[in-house]
Design a protein around this ligand. Structure first.
Ligand SMILES: [Zn+2]
Length: 109
């Protein structure tokens, strides 16, 4: 099955803060959206994988389930149906830097 890990930091795209913020919303309660997707990407471990790989879900009790990454187990999965360019290596690595690397430094929550 298709799986591909991106080299973090190899390519950075020019994406707006708003776009990165909006994309993050699609990583939560995204079961319906992912059901229509054929390609998913995790912006925590920066891996691209087929939708069939997702077997674990969280947030079942609060409404729509949220996908957990089959590789790292973090709820940072986006589907191609989200409308964001997850197939662009630069987008996922930029998301990773924005939400995980930078978040660690500033510790804002
Ligand atoms: Zn992952």
């Amino acid at each position: 099955m298709f799986e591909y890990t991106l080299d973090i930091g190899s390519r950075m795209g020019n994406y707006s803060q708003k776009m990165l913020k909006d994309a993050h919303k699609h990583s939560i309660n995204n079961k319906d959206e992912l059901a229509d997707s054929y390609l998913c990407a995790c912006f925590h471990c920066c891996t691209l994988f087929a939708i069939e790989k997702i077997t674990e879900w969280t947030d079942q009790e609060t409404g729509l389930p949220t996908a957990l990454c089959p590789v790292c187990g973090v709820d940072a999965v986006l589907g191609n149906r989200s409308g964001f360019p997850i197939h662009e290596g630069g987008f996922i690595t930029t998301m990773h830097k924005h939400w995980f690397r930078d978040a660690k430094k500033t510790k804002k929550k």
